[in-house]
Design a protein around this ligand. Structure first.
Ligand SMILES: [Fe+2]
Length: 200
């Protein structure tokens, strides 16, 4: 069964002024769509055609570069859209406790993730993962993610931030750190908490 582009869970202008409407429309409708289309092309007529996206991603390094890049692109963006919200709130409960115990404070976690994103050379992603029951911050190049067999730091992602230029260039141009500062205004912490509880 072919993969399809999931709908955005909000209107493309919902995250303004932090992420602008045009960026969301192009990012979702063009970039993510292209990952879906190219993933479908890469697996058509192969033994991988009926595998789940998770299964493809976990074995991405041993399947093909096209599956690694486009399967990763599809997984990462599907995960990312759900992590954003105009009314994201703050971490609470078990997640807040885990953040405080691993990093000291939410601000310290945000700084660590923003630094991981800002220092990722070229294109990639910054992550908060659960690894051996604990929270860690990591980053990956291109469309890799921490679920992949090829990831330098493996774990279960609970938060991922796209640091490709296509995620911010129209509004922030070359100022990736400004985008990484703004995005904390639209993180959907209840979704992060859901991923955290599922990962434990
Ligand atoms: Fe992206």
């Amino acid at each position: 069964m072919a993969f399809t582009l999931p709908a955005l869970p909000y209107a493309p202008e919902a995250l303004e002024p932090h992420i602008d409407k045009q960026t969301m429309e192009i990012h979702h409708g063009k970039h993510h769509q292209a990952y879906v289309d190219n993933l479908n092309k890469a697996i058509a007529g192969t033994e991988h055609e009926n595998k789940s996206l998770e299964e493809l991603v976990k074995n991405a390094g041993s399947i093909s570069p096209a599956v690694r890049n486009n399967g990763g692109g599809h997984w990462n963006h599907s995960f990312f859209w759900e992590l954003l919200s105009a009314n994201g709130g703050q971490p609470s409960g078990k997640l807040a406790e885990a953040i405080n115990s691993a990093f000291g404070s939410l601000e310290a976690l945000q700084e660590k993730v923003s630094t991981a994103g800002a220092t990722r050379f070229g294109s990639g992603w910054a992550w908060v993962i659960v690894k051996d029951g604990k929270l860690e911050v990591s980053s990956t190049p291109n469309q890799d993610n921490p679920l992949m067999d090829v990831a330098e730091v493996k774990g279960t992602p609970i938060l991922g931030i796209d640091v490709w230029e296509h995620a911010y260039y129209l509004k922030y141009q070359n100022k990736r750190p400004d985008y990484l500062k703004a995005i904390w205004n639209v993180i959907n912490w209840s979704k992060v908490a859901e991923h955290y509880e599922a990962a434990l």
